[in-house]
Design a protein around this ligand. Structure first.
Ligand SMILES: C[S@@+](CC[C@H](N)C(=O)[O-])C[C@H]1O[C@@H](n2cnc3c(N)ncnc32)[C@H](O)[C@@H]1O
Length: 225
């Protein structure tokens, strides 16, 4: 297994994006891990502490509440939602990621699926009480980010919640970065364009050296939409 080389990685992603094939490289990251989920360089190998805090503060209210995890990677967040009582779908465009999840959690109650955020089953529309998005939009370029945001918002059932976790940046900075963090104007489109209500918004720096700024946002869909 080769050591992760950030310069080579960014160049590879840029090449895919230049050729308007922005999804073509994801599976290679998981394939390079050769079956070892610990070798996936972006996997934290624990559920997001912000997700866990929210789940603790917002106990599940109705039986058979459904949650979905966008680009579920190696499965930690999907498993956490399942532990808190949700019926969970975790999906990823990478077949190798989904295989890793199934091997890692052979007794899981989570339904792990290979699906594309841009072409998911119609039955998913407005079908989920909780949607968790962590770091998928930021690895997409240009128009695909807008499409992704809309596709994510369309999954929320009336009165459902969307939780978004991502890297953040100030407007006009890091414009050529991979991943490209979201600025405040971009994340605010969930409210301004998609008409969700912002329930909580956290801008914070993580504990890496150097620290990386992040957003963690909670939105709710009104029952009137
Ligand atoms: C940066 S990783 C984040 C993975 C995970 N959410 C986490 O926080 O560790 C982005 C994930 O989104 C997946 N992905 C990218 N585009 C997707 C799409 N169109 N549909 C489904 N999954 C997608 C990738 O395969 C990858 O697993």
């Amino acid at each position: 297994m080769e050591d992760f080389d950030p310069v080579k990685y960014k160049k590879m992603v840029k090449n895919y994006q230049k050729n308007d094939d922005p999804l073509g490289w994801f599976d290679s990251i998981y394939k390079d891990a050769q079956g070892d989920y610990k070798a996936v360089f972006w996997a934290d190998l624990e559920a997001s502490p912000n997700l866990i805090n929210w789940l603790k503060k917002n106990p599940i209210k109705k039986k058979k509440s459904k949650a979905i995890v966008i680009g579920c990677g190696v499965g930690d967040d999907a498993e956490a939602l399942s532990d808190f009582g949700y019926e969970v779908t975790g999906f990823d465009i990478s077949p190798t990621a989904i295989e890793l999840c199934k091997n890692r959690y052979p007794n899981s109650k989570v339904t792990y699926l290979v699906e594309d955020l841009f072409n998911y089953p119609r039955s998913w529309i407005q079908n989920f009480d909780v949607i968790y998005e962590c770091n998928t939009i930021q690895v997409l370029p240009g128009k695909y980010r807008i499409k992704a945001r809309k596709a994510i918002s369309n999954l929320i059932a009336p009165l459902g919640h969307l939780l978004v976790s991502c890297r953040s940046r100030k407007k006009g900075e890091q414009e050529d970065d991979i991943p490209l963090p979201l600025d405040k104007d971009e994340i605010d489109k969930f409210v301004i364009t998609d008409k969700l209500k912002e329930i909580d918004f956290l801008a914070y720096k993580d504990s890496q050296t150097p620290q990386v700024p992040h957003f963690f946002a909670v939105y709710k869909k009104s029952d009137l939409l």
